[in-house]
Write a protein that binds this ligand. Structure first.
Ligand SMILES: NC(=O)c1ccc[n+]([C@@H]2O[C@H](COP(=O)([O-])OP(=O)(O)OC[C@H]3O[C@@H](n4cnc5c(N)ncnc54)[C@H](OP(=O)(O)O)[C@@H]3O)[C@@H](O)[C@H]2O)c1
Length: 259
């Protein structure tokens, strides 16, 4: 008998292993801008991740931009039944340091359609609002995602970079299945939201689980204890360490497998 649950049911329905994979770094570095230079190697890494037990893959329109969704599709499509792809919209990237937040409903709707093409799918497993556009009420951005969900274009809705108030407001517009915020052993200011999402049955997906920052390479925390700490912290946490190394992927998977 395991001491912790190895899976979490997203939306109360879709069980995924709690070891996921953050795919942001499968783009050109630094700045996550451009296609991954070792495309075939990146595809092999994604396939290895599946072999090691990864089911939840985290991507976003802003990664590449669009290139990370495309490499995931190139590597994993047609998708195995238990492979679960999460992408995001509402943020786009026009240069390594030019990131634009646009949460207007028409933009979100167009980005969902484009993600369907990039991921070569008829239904996105989880579409996350990447961040809240201060010019657009969150209910309107989430309302556009909900409309796409009702049309069958996506299965679950997630939020990223939100606080409790924004989550509560979003919940008035749509069912919310996940929250993705920065949270790790050394940066645990979001602890109350972790507990709140657990109470609501919402997945909590901590980004930067190893303490790395998007524009800089390298984990700043001892990786084994950082992942173990998150997996123990709350049963609704799905970890998404990012790596471009098969060896690191294997090490990260071993931590989850040994629980
Ligand atoms: N929602 C948001 O706003 C947001 C923002 C940032 C990130 N994210 C998501 O969160 C995911 C994870 O974040 P992240 O990639 O920035 O940071 P991270 O997972 O904390 O750390 C990634 C770094 O750790 C290294 N690493 C991974 N496993 C290792 C191991 N076993 N031993 C030693 N080093 C190891 C990787 O280098 P190697 O390549 O050499 O292994 C990489 O440089 C992203 O991929 C993305 O999907 C979301």
């Amino acid at each position: 008998m395991n001491a912790i649950n190895q899976t979490f049911a997203i939306g109360g329905e879709q069980h995924v292993n709690r070891l996921g994979y953050g795919a942001m770094r499968l783009s050109d570095q630094p700045g996550n801008f451009g296609s991954y230079p070792n495309w075939e190697q990146g595809k092999m890494l994604l396939r290895k991740a599946v072999e090691f037990g990864v089911q939840f893959f985290d991507s976003a329109r802003a990664y590449g931009p669009q290139w990370v969704d495309k490499i995931i599709a190139d590597a994993l499509h047609p998708y195995a039944e238990n492979v679960f792809i999460a992408t995001k919209g509402g943020v786009d990237k026009f240069a390594p340091d030019r990131i634009v937040t646009d949460g207007r409903p028409a933009t979100i709707t167009a980005q969902i359609d484009s993600a369907l093409d990039n991921l070569k799918t008829e239904q996105i497993d989880l579409f996350q609002l990447h961040r809240v556009d201060p010019r657009v009420p969150i209910e309107e951005s989430v309302g556009a995602i909900e409309q796409a969900r009702e049309q069958g274009k996506l299965r679950f809705i997630g939020l990223s970079n939100v606080n409790k108030d924004q989550l509560d407001r979003a919940l008035t517009a749509a069912p919310i299945a996940s929250v993705q915020n920065r949270f790790n052993q050394a940066e645990a200011a979001d602890a109350a939201l972790v507990d709140y999402t657990a109470e609501l049955g919402i997945a909590y997906i901590p980004y930067g689980p190893l303490g790395a920052h998007p524009m800089r390479q390298g984990a700043s925390l001892p990786t084994q204890s950082a992942l173990a700490w998150l997996l123990r912290r709350s049963p609704n946490i799905i970890v998404i360490p990012g790596t471009t190394s098969t060896e690191h992927l294997k090490q990260n998977a071993a931590i989850w497998q040994n629980f």
